[in-house]
Design a protein around this ligand. Sequence first.
Ligand code: SF4
Length: 298
Amino acid sequence: MKAEIERLKKERNAVILAHNYTRGEVQDVADYTGDSLELARRATAVDADVIVFCGVYFMAETAAILNPGKTVLIPEPGAGCPMADMINAEQLRALKAAHPGAVAVCYVNSTAEVKAECDICVTSGNAERVMATIPRDREILFVPDRHLGSHISAKEGRDYVLWPGYCPTHAHLTLKMLEDARAAHPGAPVMVHPECPKQIRDAADVQLSTGGMCRFARESAADTILVGTETGILHRLRKENPGKTFIPVSDTLVCPNMKKTTLENLADALREMKTKVTVPADTASRARRAIEAMLAVG
Ligand code: SF4
């Protein structure tokens, strides 16, 4: 199957991008594996006719928005993100109408139509840097993740209007799971994703995007690290750091949508050139402004 994917990839002049949460075998055939920020950047620099995006739908939409001349495929179009679907454009327009003059900020985990309504986008990897560029006297609407929003708002020391969205996968993590993991591995640092609820973030040692976790794992002197995010990241952490041990805080942290991409449907996508991800031109150009405003921050 891997050889077949390699052959089809050459035939189609395709590049495969995979999120850190996808299955290990999918990450292994990808040209680039990363978090939303790394993949959004990569999507702007891709020299291929076809981008196959292994992840969830909003990520493939982002790649399509940034690459209007290229064909973007998603192997499993039913791979959605429940958090992204917790707000739609109409709801955001109503929120903006209730807060005239506010800056609308969306986490990249949002639909294209929501991005199109926003001034700027953030990822968990760059949210602090991006938010620091917004003048302190402006009111901020932050959608859809209330946990990432409250995390950055506390770091910045200013309030945001938070949309009550959340990631159902990270919401699984409980304080008891974290305490049990600490007790079983005393001294091991705990890293969690900022999509986790506040009590979990507060109980952890560091709160990092998956890209940040990969850096922390490389640079930390610890030989055992507890990982509080979707378990797909463990594949990359273990592959990149063979001398270290990575323990999931809970092995129940599995995003079913991230697991929908398999080697089989990835090969089918390349073979049959499906499923093409398109965004209406007007929505794409408005959403692109918000994404490019984020990428300009670096
Ligand atoms: S892990 Fe959470 S935020 Fe990420 S795709 Fe799954 S549901 Fe969405």
